[in-house]
Every structure is written in C-alpha cells, then in structure tokens.
Design a protein around this ligand. Sequence first.
Ligand code: BES
Length: 594
Amino acid sequence: MANPDPHSFFDDAQPRTTRIHLSLTADFAARRLTGNVALHLSPGEGPLDLDTKGLDIHAASGPDGAAIPWSLGDETPILGRRLRVELPAGCPSVRIEYATTPEALGLQWLTPSQTEGKRHPFLFSQFQSIHARTMIPLQDSPKARITYHADITVPEPLAVVMSAGPSGVVQGSERGYRTFSFEMPQPIPPYLLALAIGEIESRDLSPRSRVWAEPGTVEAAAWEFAEIEGMIRTAESLFGPYEWDRYDMLVLPPSFPYGGMENPRMTFLTPTLLAGDRSLVDVVANELAHSWTGNLVTNADMDHFWLNEGWTVWAERRIQEALHGPDKSVLDWALGQTALDLELARFGPESPLTKLRTDLAGVDPDDAFSSIPYEKGSRFLTLIERAVGRPRFDAFVRDYIARFRFTSITSEEFLAFVEDKLPGVAASVGARGWLEEPGIPANAPVFHSAALESLTALAGRWPEESARPQPDVAASWSPLELLVYLQHLPRETDRDGCEWLDANLHLTDRGNCEILVEWLTIAAGSDYDPVFPRIRQFLTRVGRMKYLRPLYGALGRHRRTRALAHEVFAAASEGYHVLSRRVVESVMAKYPID
Ligand code: BES
C-alpha cells in the first residue's frame, strides 16, 4: 500500500521521517512563522512526498547545503498540496526553508483584545486531525511518528510552551527576542505536535505537574486543577506507568475551539473548565487518559478514530469511577447517552458516519467529527468488559497498551488482538456489527442507578406543577445531577417555567459552563428574553464548538432569537477559530430566512 492514510500524501514505500528539527520565528504583525525544518530520514532515495497546506515553501537543501529539487502539486480541498522532494542517494536529511500563512487552519493568532490580559497577542496551535501540515511540511499521518527538537523565537515578554520538554531559553540574535528550545524524545504522531505563545505563567501542582495560563487566570487554574496528582496516580493504577515524564497543562484564551486537547506533556484546555468548584475536571481526566489511549496507542488514521476516543472515554469513566464511585460514572454515561442520541438524530441512524470504522476518503475529518466514536466506541469496549469480567478485561487493557505502545494501529489490528487474547469474545458480542454497521446495536450496555432514574423521571414529568423539584432537594444536587436533570427537560417551555427554573435553580449565574449552556439552550429555545444579554455575552466571549453548536441551534427556533443569533455572530465571529466559525455557519444555514 503506497498511501495508507486517506488524509495524507504520506507514502509508506518512501523514506520515513524519524525526527524533525524545527527552527521558527514568530511575527505577530504578519501572522507568520518563518524559518526552517530539517527532516531526518530513514535510509532511501528518490521522491519523498510531504503534506503542506497554505505554506510558502522557499527552498530545500541537503545536510551539505546543496539544493534539492522540489515541486508542489495542485491544491486539493481537504489534503492541501503535496510537496515532492527528490532525495539524492545517501541523503540522511532534508532542510526546508518556509513560512506559514496567516490563514493556517492549525494556528489561531489572537490580538491582545482577545486575551485575558489585553496587553499582548497570543498564538496557539490545534493540529488534530490534519492541520500539522499548515505549520510544518511533513508526513502528516499518525503512522509517521516523529521525535522533535524545536527552537522558537518570540518577542519579549512572551513565553512559549510546546508538547515537549523545555530545554532552555536564550536571548535571540535580534534585540528584544528570546529563543525557547524544546526536546521531545518520544515518537509522536504529527497531530500531537503543539505550540502556544503568549504572556503566560505557571504554578506548580505536584513534582511532575504544573499549570500554565495568562497571569489573570493562573491562580484560578491552579486551584481548579490542584488535585491532578491523585488523578495521575489513579490512572497509573489502572493503565500502567505514566510514560511521558511530566503532565503539564495550559489554559488557553476562550476562543480555544475544544474542551481539551491531549498534547503530550502539555494538555491544552479551554478556560470554560474554570467553574470555581472543580466540577469540570472530567475533561482533564479525559485528556490525561489519552496519555495511554491515543498518545501511546494511536489510531492509524481517521477511519479508526474510535480507537483514540472510544478507548479514552472508557478510560476517563474508569478513572472517575475509581475516584468518585460507580454512581458518579453512571451519570457520566447518561450525559454521554444524551450526546449520542443527539448525534444519531443529527446524522440519521443509517448514516455511514455512525459506524465505528469509517471510510472518510474524500471527507474532511472536521466535518465528520461527532460524539459517535466517543460514545459508541466506549460502549463497545464496556460490552467486551462486561462479557469477560473486569479482572480479565483490565489485564487485557494492560496487555493492549504494552503490545502497541508508540505505534499507530487499525481497527483490524485491534480485533486481531482481541481474538488472540480473548478468543471467541469478538464474535459473541457481535464486534463486526459494532464496527461496520451504522447505528447502535441492540446489545449496547445499559447503565442504571437510583439517582439517574429519579432525575430522569422527575424531568420527564415537566411541566406538571408537582414535578418541580423542591428547592432544598435541588440545592442538594451535585452539578452533575443538576446537569442530567436539565438535559432531560423539554427543549422548550413556557415563560413561567423558565422563570421558575432560573429563580429556584440559580442558572444564569452558574460558573459551571455545562450547566449554564444547557440552561441557555432551553431558555433560547423558549424565546425567554431575560437571558438574551447573558447569551450575547457568552457567545461573544467563548468559541468552544461544543457550546456554539447547541446554543446557535436553539436560537434558530424563534424569529427574535434568530435575529439575536445573526447579531451576535456578526459581532463575535471574527474572534472565533475558523473551525468554530464553520460550525456556526453550518448551523445557521438551516435557519429559515426571515
Ligand atoms: N482529542 C480530542 C479533541 C479533538 C478531536 C480535536 C478531534 C480535534 C479533532 C479531545 O480529547 C476531546 O475530545 N476533548 C473533548 C472533551 C472530552 C471530555 C470528550 C472536548 O474538547 O470537549
């Protein structure tokens, strides 16, 4: 197979990049990174095909400085442009001089006004799934694992973090500039390369963990994530030793489009996790769990994405269960079920995007992104866990990680390993159907608890007067219980119901954004105007896609809320990440035109 990955020009018959050496300077005025990358290669000669998207390529040369011929292929909409370098015989590395362009999808350049401190610009990367090629010309496939060294030069007083170990800071050759160096000794898929530049500081949380954030946010972040060491130890007790040396975190400005991104040694997090009561650390548990599932054992390409995310949701919920007991994890599974049901309704149960093993040739992974690989995948694994019993499954998990660590695998390799270690089980649970058929099979595991039954029963009786929870009972609910309750309420209710909910459950002032967004979604769907200012304020500040999709969706229900959506989007969209902007545009395209 020459091109095993449908989303890359990577050709596995050609030499492979084993290590890269990156040397770039950040120009915030021009929104460009300029410099070079040296790709160190396995032995071979002839054509070497690299992925690029929106890069300005200037020159290519060998280690002796001699020019190497190169050519760019035609632009293709999803993959970008193939850069073909003609390697002379015995050439161990190629150095490419280049610059990024301001439109690079994997980089978001923020103006000072888009940061907390408002004084300095900020840059962050987000490469999963196929955006590393917008910052670096390379073999951008998870199969092409690399180690890296990077020297990043930035204006003072900005600091740099990467998904790597820091290896020094020196004054740059130009006055007022500093060069931050990094070393990543472990081979990672290119989408895990990550960079952020800004006015950031750190606080130590444990001997192997610290949190980075803007100065105005760092204390709150240190408090929110103070219990991280206990979580790392719990994860180690379940999945084996933590292999990445440090587990640091970076809290980004609010336009960060995801909740979290598992960049090794430096998880990237949205500031919407800073609830003030540690109630949203499940996202950190998820990103931490990726240190085993996803980062050690990686999907071969996006057709096997469930191997990253399904495994990680399963692992996250095992961490939560170990820390907080089974009742808490049942509620997490219930939240997941709601997300799953919404996605099945969005795609339709027969959609090929609801298969675990997908066929995304010609499909942009950003357009295919959904909760299906997360929630269907984790249910499939729980089914196997229940079929063989926990002790056997836990041993299997450790074997799986030990066998495939630092490799990138397919669903077929996974299945073969299941058959080897747990003979007959794949057939008995209908594994082929789970992987290859759309929708959710009838033998999907069910998750029960008394608390879940009573919350959903109560919400199901809304709007009966007698079904309104007693305020003292509601006050005793955990944030997770309240969220499950809200998710099971109708999406539209009358004004009196909205007033009651807000007055008694104190929703508009919540610091927990999951609860806040669930409420604002109901309120928007109910055309409840007292919360319009809060919706406007939230959507202007936050660019997390998980929140934009339901909120803008709910605003589509009424004439007044549609007007609000258009007004807010016009003002806010410039601050959104390109991917967030696209999601909102696709949601608003479904609105009737008034
Ligand atoms: N790896 C994902 C984020 C991602 C996936 C980015 C695909 C780009 C392409 C990350 O682990 C994730 O899913 N984060 C979730 C939270 C988690 C608790 C499910 C998020 O961002 O909300």
